[in-house]
Design a protein. Structure first.
Length: 404
């Protein structure tokens, strides 16, 4: 009997190894899913009677169904199924290179789209439609960048240009058309819109499942209650930067300067929220500062911040005396100013040179959050294409299903 048990366990161990090898090979073939070193591989045997392979990938693990049980192998995938890379790849000293992060994201998106299309030649590529009203020079550049980046990531993209004389009804008519077009996955309406047109009205007219900017009330509402939602690209970019740099937020003091609905506020919402919801949020003690925060109070708060995020558009708002040693500083602000030689340049809210010597990590302007923002629009578009968010399933539905 003991001998039989011994052989049985030997057989099981060999099966564990064989399966681990096959999974390793499979994951390596996929390139995107390279596996951790053997020492950190933790195959867990539940049952190994049958080797009916069925791969599932989620939250840093690859699963294999053995027919009567499931094995999990730890991989270097993050919770979004992207490769969890070393932070050093995107750092130049303590300066975060947003361009490198954006390239990583674009390449990951492109690899995934190429794989999807290769596996089914009938499959079309994800499509993003951008609505541009008027000819605001900054908006024209943003839209052009988004279209170029979408093409580089293997998506198709079209820009619907409308003159600034259009009426709200004209825009709504176009959105209705795009909403019902099955070949359009994501819709962006470039803001700001000309005077006389209600941005709220227009943003809410985009179908939630195509609202890859996350500006519609349904997306905002779901985000507020920790339900899966499209998060606006700039906040999502900031969260992605923190994730890729492995910045722990739980229990930390986070201070956000700026409370705009599309930038500061969503960051605050995510950082303060519980990690138990759909969005695996920040669990940080979070403070919002805004234009009515007196300067001495602003300094008192920022000095306590382990993570300081600023989105105000006020150059040099944050100076080195306002920053705690070792803080992580993320600068979203972009302002065009004239330097001493009369040349135009872009600056953030942070006195970069002064603060750099105190921060453990810092984003520059330009080249920090900006490029990542554009990449996150594409990430949302890919999610829309894959229909990853079920907008018509509420928490109540889920409860009913799990109880049945
Ligand atoms: P906004 O004007 O809507 O909001 C500015 C916010 O700053 C407000 O909430 C205001 O209360 C706050 N503020 C003003 N003075 C302050 C002070 N003294 N202390 C603390 N807070 C103060 O602007 P927005 O759309 O949120 O953009 C903010 C900045 O981020 C701008 O410079 C914008 O260009 C930039 N931005 C960058 C990206 C990117 O991709 N990098 C994307 C969007 C916006």
């Amino acid at each position: 009997m003991a001998l039989r048990r011994h052989f049985h366990s030997l057989h099981q161990n060999r099966c564990v190894l064989a399966l681990a090898m096959r999974m390793t090979q499979y994951l390596l073939q996929q390139r995107k899913y390279t596996i951790d070193q053997a020492s950190t591989m933790k195959p867990m045997l539940i049952d190994s009677k049958l080797f009916r392979h069925c791969f599932r990938k989620e939250q840093g693990r690859a699963f294999v169904n053995t027919g009567s049980g499931t094995w999990a192998i730890k991989t270097n995938m993050d919770s979004n199924n992207n490769m969890d890379r070393s932070p050093s790849e995107v750092l130049d000293g303590n300066v975060i290179n947003g361009k490198v992060i954006a390239d990583q994201i674009k390449n990951e998106i492109k690899d995934e789209i190429d794989e999807l299309v290769k596996s089914d030649p009938k499959q079309r590529r994800p499509h993003l439609s951008v609505v541009l009203v008027g000819s605001d020079p900054a908006s024209v550049i943003y839209v052009r960048n988004k279209a170029r980046t979408a093409a580089a990531a293997g998506m198709t993209c079209d820009i619907l240009r409308m003159p600034d004389t259009v009426t709200q009804e004209d825009i709504l008519g176009e959105l209705k058309h795009l909403n019902s077009d099955k070949t359009v996955d994501g819709i962006l309406v470039q803001l700001p819109l000309p005077k006389g047109i209600s941005e709220r009205f227009i943003c809410d007219a985009v179908l939630p499942e195509k609202d890859v900017d996350g500006f519609s009330v349904l997306n905002i509402g779901r985000f507020c209650v920790d339900e899966q939602a499209f998060i606006p690209a700039t906040p999502l970019g900031v969260l992605e930067i923190l994730k890729r740099l492995r910045v722990e937020t739980q229990g930390k003091n986070a201070v956000v300067c700026g409370r705009s609905k599309n930038v500061g506020l969503p960051i605050v919402l995510h950082l303060q929220a519980s990690r138990n919801g759909d969005l695996s949020a920040g669990n940080a003690t979070t403070t919002i500062c805004h234009r009515h925060t007196p300067p001495d109070q602003l300094k008192a708060y920022t000095q306590k911040a382990d993570i300081l995020i600023t989105a105000t558009g006020i150059p040099r708002l944050i100076t080195s005396d306002m920053v705690k040693d070792g803080a992580v500083v993320i600068d979203i602000g972009i302002t065009r100013i004239r330097d001493s030689k009369g040349k135009y340049k872009l600056v953030g809210d942070v006195d970069f040179e002064g603060v750099k010597s105190k921060a453990s990590l810092i984003t520059p302007v330009p080249g920090g959050v900006g490029p990542v923002t554009v990449a996150m629009v594409l990430k949302n578009t890919l999610m829309a294409y894959k229909k990853e968010i079920d907008f018509y399933q509420t928490a109540a539905h889920r409860m009913t299903r799990s109880n049945s």
